[in-house]
Structures are given as structure tokens and as C-alpha cells.
Ligand binder design. Structure first.
Ligand SMILES: [Zn+2]
Length: 141
């Protein structure tokens, strides 16, 4: 049992698991906010324009107990589109950030010196050279 708890701790303490949990929690909260935005803020004026309809109440009544509630389905669909668009923007922003970081790393690599001066003849030679190509002196690293 103690082993199991230790193993779980190890698993949970890995950064990406915590990141994932935070992502899921924020995602769920965000989904609720978008749902509310669609149902409570966006759709009422649209319903008003369309002739005072409450979208979440729109339905085809089949029998007394059964109805196809397509209004609620439309709400869910619009919520999904908004969430999908937000996720798209987020991923785009992350990609841009990663590309920028990669470009910066490349720049730093390029800025590193690739040549050195031979201490014997003062010629510029490759930083990896162990023997000078000009005066053939052996070079210490
Ligand atoms: Zn030299």
C-alpha cells in the first residue's frame, strides 16, 4: 500500500500531470463560462431578432412527453464552435511562441564563435582544430 502511494506521488508530481490537471480544470470552467455566454448572453437577443423565441425552449413536440429539443442542441453547437475557436487561437499562440523560442535558440547558436586564433602564427583557424593549418603547430585545447 505504501509503495502504491509512493508511486502515485511520483506520477502526480511530474510536472506534466499537474499541468494536465490544471488544463482540465480550467477547460471545464471555461466550457461552463462559454455555455453561459451562449445561453444567457448571446442567444436571447438573437432569439428576440428572430421573433421572441427562447432558443433553449425551441423543440418539436412529438407526444406529450417526448420532444426533439433542437434549440438546446443549437446552443450546444454554438458553444462548441466558440470553444473550438478559442482552443484554435490558444494553440496558434503557443505555436508562435515556440517558433520564436526556436528562432532565438538558433540565433544564439549562430552567435557562438566558430573560429579562434592560432597562438603561434596569429591566423584565424577553426575552433575545433588541434593543429594549425598555416604553421602546423600543435594546439592545446
Ligand atoms: Zn598557426
Amino acid at each position: 500500500m505504501k509503495n502504491f502511494i509512493n508511486e502515485f506521488k511520483k506520477f502526480a508530481m511530474r510536472g506534466n500531470v499537474i499541468d494536465m490537471a490544471v488544463g482540465i480544470i480550467i477547460g471545464a470552467a471555461f466550457g461552463k463560462i462559454v455555455n453561459s455566454l451562449v445561453e444567457d448572453v448571446l442567444m436571447p437577443p438573437i432569439g428576440l431578432i428572430l421573433g421572441k423565441v427562447d432558443f433553449s425552449d425551441l423543440k418539436f413536440i412529438l407526444t406529450d412527453d417526448v420532444a426533439i429539443r433542437y434549440g438546446a442542441f443549437i446552443n450546444a453547437l454554438i458553444s462548441f464552435l466558440i470553444v473550438a475557436f478559442a482552443v484554435f487561437l490558444l494553440i496558434k499562440a503557443i505555436n508562435t511562441l515556440q517558433e520564436r523560442m526556436a528562432a532565438k535558440e538558433k540565433e544564439e547558436e549562430a552567435a557562438e564563435p566558430t573560429v579562434k586564433k592560432c597562438p603561434y602564427c596569429d591566423s584565424e583557424i577553426s575552433i575545433k582544430a588541434t593543429r594549425c593549418p598555416h604553421c602546423t603547430s600543435e594546439l592545446k585545447k
